[in-house]
Design a protein around this ligand. Structure first.
Ligand SMILES: Nc1nc2c(ncn2[C@@H]2O[C@H](COP(=O)(O)OP(=O)(O)OP(=O)(O)O)[C@@H](O)[C@H]2O)c(=O)[nH]1
Ligand SMILES: [Mg+2]
Length: 214
């Protein structure tokens, strides 16, 4: 199910075969009283930062969320040519949200990031796209483990991996990554290309305060 919105200054004209998918359909339970996607950092909502990271390197921008979030998100993202992939049934988890977004994509590869990673440089996503070429995807190893986000995935391979992972009872994001079987960037390469704070993930008000202070 897709809903188009107006495009703005980030209208792209090249067909890169690349999509940017931002997952934002969560309930922010660890971030009480507001939707963390709309919480401001440096004057812009976290969701805006995530979309801004991927906009320079993709020509199709998809935000996955619940129907009740759409209006507020469209407002803060009005400068981007966003397509919304709305959850048919809310609260089924990020993997179901991802599958909904992938189904909307006409690209070959997609960069996937959550709304709460505001500090990923566009150049790093570009690097992941480059490494994913001719493979099913590329992810980074950081702090000793494979990071599910940001990931660049082959859209069709990832849709199949979502279905496979949804059928498992284990941690479904980890099951998804192993089903995609992406290229893994070794930690030393990741650290050479990106500041460690870029991987920060805002789950709580304290996390946001720390990001504001740095
Ligand atoms: N579509 C969809 N996206 C989700 C769902 N749960 C989490 N997400 C998204 O997945 C990403 C990672 O999830 P979390 O960091 O746990 O975010 P969250 O679930 O909103 O926050 P908590 O309630 O504190 O766990 C975020 O971008 C969320 O918006 C869901 O049920 N549906
Ligand atoms: Mg959650």
């Amino acid at each position: 199910m897709s809903e188009d919105t107006a495009a703005g200054r980030h209208q792209t004209d090249a067909d890169t075969g690349r999509a940017g998918i931002v997952l934002a359909g969560g309930r922010s339970n660890r971030f009480p009283t507001v939707d963390k996607a709309l919480a401001p950092l440096d004057g812009k909502p976290l969701l805006w930062h995530a979309v801004d990271s991927v906009a320079p390197t993709a020509d199709e921008l998809i935000v996955n969320c619940r129907r009740d979030q759409r209006e507020a998100f469209a407002e803060v993202l009005s400068e981007f040519p966003i397509r919304f992939a709305i959850d048919r049934v809310p609260d089924r988890g990020p993997l179901v949200g991802l599958r909904t977004a992938l189904a909307e994509s006409t690209a070959t590869y997609a960069a996937v990031l959550p709304c709460d990673m505001p500090s990923i440089p566009a150049a790093f996503l570009d690097f992941l796209f480059t490494r994913a070429k001719n493979r099913t995807g590329a992810v980074a190893r950081f702090e000793g483990r494979l990071q599910p986000f940001p990931a660049v995935v082959h859209v069709r391979a990832a849709a199949a991996a979502c279905r496979e992972a949804e059928a498992t009872g284990a941690d479904r994001l980890d099951a998804f990554i192993s089903a995609v079987d992406p290229h893994t960037l070794p930690e030393r390469i990741v650290r050479a290309h990106i500041d460690p704070t870029a991987f920060r993930n805002i789950n709580t008000h304290d996390d946001l305060a720390a990001a504001r202070d740095s």
